[in-house]
Write a protein of this length. Structure first.
Length: 207
């Protein structure tokens, strides 16, 4: 369904809603519909405040509502949740709709706060990066704020480093991957480093 929605929006932008310049983008939205900038001459807009409020609401719903409990139960152990009488299929569909609504809201905030128009393929893999950010935050909604800022700082600084120091963008992607592995997968790192620790211990006893 993601591809269906993306291609349909691409059709709308390329034909019915195409701007006068013939580019695959819409007309610039009215100034009254644009979100204000928090910093002058910077892309940071009021959209970040909407995101923070949304995170707080989601955290409250997941931790203090029956729906949130059922989502956490199905996510933790689907079979156990079904044994307790929770309809996992219904929860899955509801969660998919909820995540789609949140994604649409985030896309709307990006359009109204940054580009001020809808551009074809304006999302350069934000969905997949969102998975990495959520993993980095250990799937804690409040920790998403910090992990999102960290990830955004690394990504925005990557272009500057590439321009000034000629560091390949692949190196930046490698650093991002290492951050996720080291922080979000401590058990994996313990298993990887276990042989090295044993070797160091044996070496110390031998000496």
């Amino acid at each position: 369904m993601n591809y269906v929605a993306t291609l349909f929006c691409g059709y709308l932008v390329a034909y019915p809603f195409q701007d006068e310049q013939g580019l695959t983008q819409t007309q610039r939205i009215a100034s009254t519909a644009q979100l204000g900038r928090l910093v002058k001459d910077h892309s940071l807009s009021v959209a970040i405040l909407f995101a923070i409020v949304l995170i707080v609401i989601i955290n409250f719903v997941f931790k203090n509502s029956r729906f949130g409990y059922r989502v956490r139960a199905c996510g933790g152990n689907r079979l156990a949740a079904e044994t307790a009488g929770i309809n996992s299929r219904r929860i899955t569909i509801q969660t998919m709709f909820l995540s789609g609504m949140i994604s649409g809201l985030c896309g709307g905030l990006l359009v109204t706060g940054t580009y001020f128009r809808f551009i074809t393929n304006f999302s350069s893999g934000y969905g997949f990066e969102g998975v990495a950010v959520a993993t980095l935050a250990a799937f804690n909604p409040i920790a998403l704020i910090l992990s999102g800022i960290l990830w955004g700082g690394i990504k925005s600084g990557a272009s500057a480093v590439n321009r000034i120091a000629s560091v390949p963008m692949d190196i930046i992607s490698l650093i991002q991957a290492l951050v996720v592995i080291l922080v979000a997968a401590p058990r994996l790192m313990d298993k990887v480093l276990a042989p090295l620790k044993k070797l160091l211990v044996k070496g110390g006893k031998t000496e």
